[in-house]
Design a protein around this ligand. Structure first.
Ligand SMILES: Cc1cc2nc3c(=O)[nH]c(=O)nc-3n(C[C@H](O)[C@H](O)[C@H](O)COP(=O)(O)OP(=O)(O)OC[C@H]3O[C@@H](n4cnc5c(N)ncnc54)[C@H](O)[C@@H]3O)c2cc1C
Length: 340
C-alpha cells in the first residue's frame, strides 16, 4: 500500500494562489484577478543556472508548473535586455489590491461585522474567560481575540513584536505608456521579478496602461521623493527606454519579515495571531486569516495547516526595533551591484 506523504508547509503554500482564485469566485468579489504567470529574470548567467535547477526541484517535488526561458527566447517574455534568461511560474498572478480590500470589507459588513477604523488597541488583558480590549475611545469585552497587526505590531504585543522585522516596501506608477510600448516591454502582461537580493517586482497596472514598479525602501520612515527616485532608477535599469517617462504616483507601507522567512499562524498567551508574510501577504494573509478563523471557531480540522508546527523564532536582544536593517539592506544593495 502506498503511504501518503504528509503535506509540508512548502506543498501547502503552492496552493495559496488557487485558494485566492476560488475565494474570489465563491465570494463573487471582482478584484481584477488574472492568472498571468510570473516571469523571473536572471541578472547573471549563474543566477539563470540556479533558477533553472530550483524550478526543476519544485516541479519534481511538489508539482510547480513553469518553464525555463533561455536568453535567446526571452524577447517573448520581456522587452528588457538586462537578463540572462529566466523562468516562468505559470501558477502566479496579480489582482487589484484596493478592489480586493473593498470587496472584503463589503462582504464582512454584509455579514454584520462592525469595522472600527482609526481606533488603536492600547491593551489586551485577560479577565476571567474573556479579554478586555482597551482603546482611546473605550473598552470592550471579547471571548476570542486575534492579533493581525503584521509589521505594525506595537509595544502592546511585545511577544509578537520581537518576532517580526518591519521593512518598508514602496511602489511607483508610471504615466500612461503607449500601447505598442507596453506590448514590447511586457508582451505577456505577466507579473515580473528578478534575481536581485533587494527585491524588485513589477507588472502592468490592472488596466494595462501603466507599469507599476516596486521594491524595498531603505529606511522605516516614508520618504516618497527618495523612494520614487530609487524605484525610477531600478525601473530604468530594466527598461532603459522609460528614462523620460514620468512617475505619477508613489506609495509605501510596512511589510513583516520573519527570521525563518516563513509566515506564522498560532496562539501566544491565548491570543490568536497570523502574521509575517515576508512581503507576499495578499494570498498568504487571506489564507491564514481563514485558517485562524476556523481555529477560533474550534474547527480544528479546517483550521489545521502544515504551518502549525513551525516555531516562531526571534533573536536574543531583538525587541522589534530593526535598527540594523538599513545597514543590512545597504550591504545587499552593494552585493547586487557587485554581482555577489
Ligand atoms: C508597497 C507594497 C507592495 C506590496 N506588494 C505586494 C505584492 O505584490 N504581493 C503580495 O502578496 N503582497 C504585497 N505586499 C504585502 C501585503 O500588502 C501585506 O503582506 C499584507 O497587507 C499583510 O496583510 P495584513 O492584514 O496581515 O497586515 P497589514 O495590511 O499590514 O494590516 C495590519 C493592520 O493592523 C493595524 N494595527 C496595528 N496595530 C494596531 C493596534 N494596536 N490596534 C488596531 N490596529 C492595529 C494597522 O493599522 C494595519 O491596518 C505589498 C506591501 C506594500 C507596502
Amino acid at each position: 500500500m502506498a503511504v501518503k506523504k504528509p503535506m509540508t508547509s512548502f506543498d501547502e503554500s503552492i496552493g495559496f494562489v488557487d485558494f485566492i482564485d476560488d475565494f474570489l469566485k465563491s465570494e463573487n468579489i471582482n478584484a481584477d484577478f488574472k492568472r498571468t504567470g510570473r516571469f523571473r529574470g536572471a541578472l547573471r548567467p549563474a543566477h539563470f543556472d540556479a533558477m533553472a535547477a530550483e524550478l526543476e526541484i519544485f516541479q519534481k517535488s511538489c508539482g510547480v508548473k513553469g518553464s525555463v526561458v533561455a536568453r535567446a527566447d526571452q524577447s517573448a517574455e520581456t522587452g528588457s535586455r538586462l537578463f540572462h534568461g529566466g523562468v516562468v511560474y505559470d501558477m502566479d498572478g496579480g489582482l487589484h489590491p484596493a478592489k480586493f480590500h473593498n470587496g472584503l470589507i463589503a462582504k464582512a459588513r454584509a455579514l454584520g461585522v462592525t469595522i472600527i477604523a482609526n481606533c488603536p488597541v492600547t491593551k489586551v488583558e485577560k479577565t476571567g474567560s474573556n479579554y478586555t480590549i482597551s482603546t482611546p475611545y473605550g473598552t470592550t469585552l471579547a471571548r476570542k481575540t486575534a492579533i493581525c497587526t503584521n509589521a505594525y505590531t506595537g509595544a502592546q504585543f511585545p511577544e509578537l513584536r520581537r518576532r517580526v522585522l518591519p521593512l518598508r516596501s514602496a511602489m511607483i506608477a508610471t504615466d500612461v505608456i503607449a500601447p505598442e510600448v507596453m506590448t514590447r516591454l511586457m508582451p505577456k502582461s505577466r507579473v515580473c521579478g528578478d534575481s536581485r537580493r533587494i527585491v524588485a517586482y513589477y507588472r502592468p497596472s490592472p488596466d494595462g496602461k501603466r507599469i507599476l514598479f516596486g521594491g524595498r525602501a531603505t529606511g522605516l520612515k516614508d520618504n516618497p521623493a527618495k523612494n520614487a527616485r530609487q524605484l525610477h532608477t531600478a525601473m530604468t535599469q530594466v527598461f532603459p527606454e522609460l528614462k523620460t517617462t514620468s512617475i505619477t504616483h508613489v506609495w509605501s507601507g510596512l511589510v513583516a519579515y520573519t527570521f525563518d522567512h516563513a509566515p506564522h499562524v498560532g496562539q501566544i498567551g491565548g491570543l490568536h495571531y497570523a502574521m509575517g508574510y515576508c512581503g507576499s501577504g495578499v494570498a498568504r494573509a487571506t489564507y491564514f486569516g481563514q485558517k485562524m478563523a476556523y481555529k477560533m471557531l474550534g474547527n480544528t480540522d479546517q483550521g489545521r495547516t502544515a504551518f502549525d508546527d513551525l516555531p516562531f523564532a526571534t533573536k536574543p536582544l531583538y525587541k522589534g526595533d530593526p535598527w540594523f536593517m538599513p545597514a543590512v539592506l545597504n550591504w545587499h544593495r552593494l552585493a547586487d551591484r557587485l554581482g555577489l
